[in-house]
Ligand binder design. Structure first.
Ligand SMILES: Nc1nc2c(c(=O)[nH]1)N[C@H]1C(S)=C(S)[C@@H](COP(=O)(O)OP(=O)(O)OC[C@H]3O[C@@H](n4cnc5c(N)ncnc54)[C@H](O)[C@@H]3O)O[C@H]1N2
Ligand code: MOO
Length: 406
């Protein structure tokens, strides 16, 4: 394993996602489905709008009767339709969202009309085409059509559509159970009591928080000392987890014990090392027991390496377990606000700030520097062995917000 070459990011992501089977399907209350992924295509239970409606405030008139004058026959307000017949020479006062009387064929907006007692005179222009201000029955969707595909992320707009389509519950995949293990003798669980040879165990909380943003049921173990026995015990205590994430101990030092602990626990290592900076020593392992698969992600301990690998691997695998059709973050294009030095032998993800147009790369790119990560909203994607880049050149970026998915 030590001798094999690091995988590319895309190869490694594909190998990890190929290990995933989406979790079982359950039906949950629609608000509880927010942030999750639709497990089956959703069909409309009703037609929207379910009648012809006015899109403007004005007056409804019959076909071929666009010049007036008209006599005002009644009113159709939202929720209170006009039920009587409507003849040529008559108009019905109508508000936005109100049902069009069955005999009406046009709505003239009130700005184009003048009211004189019970009569109405055209003072502006009639609508062209005549049906311009009418929202026709089924304009949004018809009963029975697919309104949302399986695998879609359920955000507020998708939730609203599902409600409008007549649903109170949605099919989603069960949320993954995740265990996050901090490992390292130098880790202090209390940041207020941290000796100079120690470091606060910030990765566990950070990784748990990233996972919880996907609604995942995450729990933490540790900090766990650097012994194979202690790490193996932490794996054994994670028997119910679908996914186990470790941070630290993934590299090549004498105290980097995640790989031997995985082997002693009976897990098989699928791959170790990806040609990215930060994040090279990431590993992926699996343990299949009684027809159930547990996936282990061993993330590097450096805080920014942990974050970047969680962004590219942990969040995608959690989305895939929840049935996401597009589990990977999306890449956008931006312009550099400043020149960049040539890059090294690994593809690099540089912390930066994107103002919506230009991106400024942080001068501090050490993989231990949380300060520049916390001041960033994007990762700039630099290919391996890229030459110098000039200000104004296009670069690819990943948005950190919302894990980089829309
Ligand atoms: N000779 C080599 N040394 C290293 C290599 C290499 O290829 N050859 N790779 C380097 C790279 S790249 C990385 S990334 C690191 C990752 O190493 P580990 O995953 O073994 O991480 P640790 O050594 O345990 O810790 C690194 C660093 O991060 C701090 N840390 C660890 N856990 C936490 C935590 N839960 N919260 C906050 N900070 C944490 C730890 O104290 C260390 O400072 O290896 C390089 N070495
Ligand atoms: O991959 Mo390490 O994450 O360069 O610091």
């Amino acid at each position: 394993m030590n001798g094999s070459a690091p995988l590319s990011l895309e190869e490694a992501q594909a190998r990890l996602l190929a290990l995933v089977t989406p979790l079982s399907i359950e039906r949950v209350d629609i608000e509880g489905a927010l942030g999750r992924f639709l497990a089956e295509p959703l069909h409309a239970r009703r037609t929207q709008p379910s009648a012809n409606l006015s899109a403007m405030d004005g007056y409804a008139v019959t076909a071929g009767d666009m010049r007036g004058p008209w006599r005002i026959a009644g009113e159709s307000a939202a929720g209170h339709p006009y039920v009587g017949p409507l003849s040529q020479g008559e108009a019905v006062r109508i508000s936005t969202g109100a049902m069009l009387p069955p005999d009406a064929a046009a709505v003239i907006i009130q700005e184009d009309l003048t009211r004189e007692g019970a009569n109405l005179i055209l003072s502006g222009e009639p609508p062209a085409p005549a049906h311009k201000h009418i929202r026709h029955c089924g304009m949004d969707f018809a009963q029975g059509v697919e309104v949302l595909p399986a695998g879609l992320h359920i955000a507020p707009a998708q939730m609203a559509l599902a409600i409008a389509a007549g649903h109170t519950h949605l099919p989603v995949h069960r949320t993954p159970r995740l265990t996050v293990i901090d490992s390292g003798d130098e880790l202090a669980s209390d940041p207020e009591r941290c000796a100079p040879h120690q470091v606060p165990a910030s990765n566990g909380a950070m990784l748990t928080a990233m996972a919880r943003s996907l609604g995942v049921d995450a729990r933490r173990i540790g900090p766990v000392p650097d012994t194979i026995k202690a790490i193996t015990s932490a794996f054994e205590a994670s028997a119910d987890a679908d996914l186990i994430v470790t941070s630290g101990g993934a590299s090549v030092g004498d105290h980097d014990l995640i790989r031997p602990a995985l082997e002693s626990w009976g897990a098989g290592i699928d791959f170790w090392r990806v040609a990215i900076k930060p994040g090279k020593p990431i590993l992926v392992a699996t343990r299949d027991v009684a027809g159930r698969r547990q996936i282990v992600l061993g993330l590097p301990g450096n805080p920014v390496s942990s974050y970047v690998t969680a962004y590219h691997f942990l969040l995608p695998v959690l989305r895939a377990m929840q049935g996401a059709a597009r589990p990977l973050p999306m890449r956008l294009t931006a312009r550099l606000a400043m020149p960049l030095h040539p890059s090294g032998r690994r593809r690099e993800f540089l912390r930066g700030w994107w103002d919506g147009e230009n991106v400024t790369v942080s001068p501090l790119q050490d993989s231990g520097a949380l300060s520049s990560l916390a001041a960033s909203n994007v990762l700039v994607d630099r290919s391996a062995l890229a030459g110098p880049a000039q200000a104004g050149e296009e670069v690819r970026i990943y948005l950190l917000q919302n894990g980089g998915i829309a």
